[in-house]
Structure formats: structure tokens, C-alpha cells
Design a protein around this ligand. Structure first.
Ligand code: NAP
Length: 310
């Protein structure tokens, strides 16, 4: 088996941008995209803040453009999930089940995934009215009353998007202040179809074969009530996709990759770089992920140049 120059794990803006740069640098990158190609933008609606798209673009339209641009320069793609890595030797090993791929440099760009509340009823009613993706599932809820859980930008975005279909959207938030940016808050407050229930948690999602409501608990007064709705959209943040890296790279207490030589994308292991949401819990934007993918590609290129001259 031949040793690749660079393997990129992940297929969001960070991974594809790293592919564009390493491909243009003639490094013939192999992108292991995962089965969920395109990352989180595939689950989002309008992207209005990515420079170059003055009228906005839908996330699921944007990611194939990134991919196509990487393909144009000869990137090779593999639609498999990476199950483990062995970064102990000078050649890094990347496993997809029984298959092993070897590379001198690895760029990890596996992003993050939506978090769930953790209720048994949430699991039971998953895809039966419980969702974390308004773009994917919103159209199934025409004329329904919906609940969105969370107080960040994702929750506001989901709530706004869902008003295209829903009769009414109620945001249930555990505090009395939103975490979302001002523009997203203003948009949600101005939307006549959106209302808010503050200081409240969801104790249970009700229904047998489909969501029929939620049992709410006011976290200040302890009062419990039932709220009828046809769907629950969970938008409470994300968890980095780093389970396959445990013991191989330094991760922080919440699982994000720790970078070793800031401001570069170098991890603790020479030749292994991290790009995008997998290490960034502060900015987490498509454009910062893409920028970080570019940085990782340049770091990898310089690392490989160094190897060639050593
Ligand atoms: P986030 O900013 O971390 O917000 C998560 C929200 O969920 C918070 O309001 C949090 O409450 C709540 N929450 C967390 N765990 C909870 C639990 N177990 N039960 C109930 N509520 C819970 O996450 P995000 O909204 O996904 O945004 C992540 C990043 O992406 C941010 O940087 C955001 O700006 C960015 N983003 C931007 C856009 C855009 O600009 N178009 C769209 C989406 C996301 P507390 O407030 O009490 O902590």
C-alpha cells in the first residue's frame, strides 16, 4: 500500500478548503468524507454571512460547490467513516473499519454534531417529531405548533426557518436571556409566529408514535405544565466529533482538540493538524472553519517540505 502525502478527515468547510489548498499544492490529497458528507452546513438553511454570496446561499447548495472546487484540482474522496487512528509512528495510520490508510500528514476536520437533551422520550420519538434539523424536517410540519429548545443562534435560526411551515413556534429556553447574537434575537422577536417560554426546561417529550406535546418545568418556580405541540426541534449546541481520536491527540475536557503551537494548526503529534469546529469552540462559523482549513493545509505543506529536506 502506498503512503499518502496527506489525508484529510472530514468534509465540512474546513476539510474541503484544506483539500483545495493541498490539491493546488500538488499534494494529491485523499479526503475521507464520512458517511454524512458536507458536515453541519448540510443541516442548515440560509447562509447569509459567508462572504461572496451577497444574496445568501442554502448550506446544502454551498457544500457541493466546495467539493467541486476541491475535485477540480484532483482531490480524491472516500465516503467512509474513520473508526480509529494510530498516530504513534512517523507514518500515521487512519482506519475505516478493517481498511487502513497511511499518510505522512493528517488534517483532522471532523467538526461537531448537534447535542441532545438526553431524555429517554427524546430517543423514543427521534424522527417521529423530534429533530435537530429544521432544514431537513421542517417541511413535514406544515400547519403544526412546534417547540424549539435552546437560546443560541441555532435555536433562533431554526425557529425562524420553521415559521415557513408551522402555525406557531415556541422557543423554550432555560434562562430568561438569549445567548444568540443581537441580529438573530431581533429577527426572532420581530417574527409574529414566534413566542418564548423562559426559565423552563423540558422534562419529557410526550406521545407514543409521534410527538404530541412536552412536559415543561419552570426552573425558578418548579411549576410543571403540559404544552401541546406536533414537533420538538432541539438546538442546544454541539459536541466535537473526536471519539475516534481518544488517547491519540490531546483533547480538552469537552472533547475539542487542543492545538500545541498556536497560532498554527499543529496538534501535539508532528504532522497532524486540526481545522475547524473540531478544535474551535469559540467562533464556529463556516468562514472561520474554511480559514482554518486553509491554515492547516499550509501547515501540512510546510511540514512535508521539511520532511523532504531532512
Ligand atoms: P450555543 O451558542 O452554545 O447555544 C446553545 C444554547 O442551548 C444556549 O442558549 C444554552 O443555554 C442552551 N442549552 C445548552 N445545553 C442545554 C440543555 N441541556 N438543555 C437546555 N438548553 C441547553 O450553540 P449554537 O446556538 O448551536 O451556536 C453555536 C455557534 O454557532 C455560535 O458561535 C453561534 O454564533 C454560531 N451560529 C451562527 C449562526 C449564524 O450566524 N447564522 C447560526 C447558527 C450558529 P444557555 O444560554 O443557558 O447556556
Amino acid at each position: 500500500m502506498s503512503v499518502e502525502s496527506v489525508i484529510i478527515i472530514g468534509s465540512g468547510p474546513a476539510g474541503y478548503t484544506a483539500a483545495i489548498y493541498t490539491a493546488r499544492a500538488s499534494l494529491n490529497p485523499l479526503v475521507i468524507e464520512g458517511y454524512q458528507v458536507g458536515g453541519q452546513l448540510m443541516l442548515t438553511s440560509d447562509v447569509e454571512n459567508y462572504p461572496g454570496f451577497p444574496d445568501g446561499i442554502m448550506g446544502p447548495e454551498m457544500m457541493p460547490l466546495f467539493r467541486k472546487q476541491a475535485e477540480r484540482f484532483g482531490t480524491r474522496f472516500l465516503q467512509k467513516d474513520v473508526t480509529k487512528v494510530d498516530l504513534s509512528g512517523p507514518v500515521h495510520k487512519v482506519y475505516c473499519g478493517d481498511h487502513v490508510y497511511e499518510a505522512k500528514a493528517v488534517i483532522v476536520a471532523t467538526g461537531a454534531s448537534a447535542k441532545w437533551i438526553g431524555l429517554p422520550s427524546e430517543q423514543k420519538l427521534m424522527a417521529k417529531g423530534v429533530s435537530a434539523c429544521a432544514t431537513c424536517d421542517g417541511a413535514f410540519f406544515k400547519g403544526e405548533e412546534l417547540v424549539v429548545v435552546g437560546g443560541g443562534d441555532t435555536a433562533m435560526e431554526e425557529a425562524n426557518y420553521l415559521t415557513r411551515f408551522a402555525k406557531k413556534v415556541t422557543v423554550v429556553h432555560r434562562r430568561d436571556q438569549l445567548r444568540a447574537s443581537k441580529i438573530m434575537q431581533d429577527r426572532a422577536f420581530a417574527n409574529p409566529k414566534i413566542s418564548f417560554i423562559w426559565d423552563t426546561g423540558i422534562e419529557e417529550i410526550l406521545g407514543e408514535d409521534k410527538v404530541e406535546g412536552v412536559r415543561l418545568k419552570n426552573l425558578k418556580t418548579g411549576e410543571v405544565s403540559v404544552f401541546h405541540c406536533g414537533g420538538v426541534f432541539v438546538a442546544i449546541g454541539h459536541k466535537p466529533n473526536t471519539d475516534f481520536l481518544k488517547g491519540q491527540l490531546d483533547l480538552d475536557e469537552t472533547g475539542y482538540i487542543k492545538l500545541a503551537k498556536l497560532p498554527t494548526t499543529q496538534t501535539r503529534v508532528p504532522g497532524v493538524f486540526a481545522a475547524g469546529d473540531v478544535h474551535d469552540k469559540i467562533y464556529r462559523q463556516a468562514v472561520t472553519a474554511a480559514g482554518s482549513g486553509c491554515a492547516a493545509a499550509i501547515d501540512a505543506e510546510r511540514y512535508l517540505e521539511g520532511l523532504a529536506h531532512s
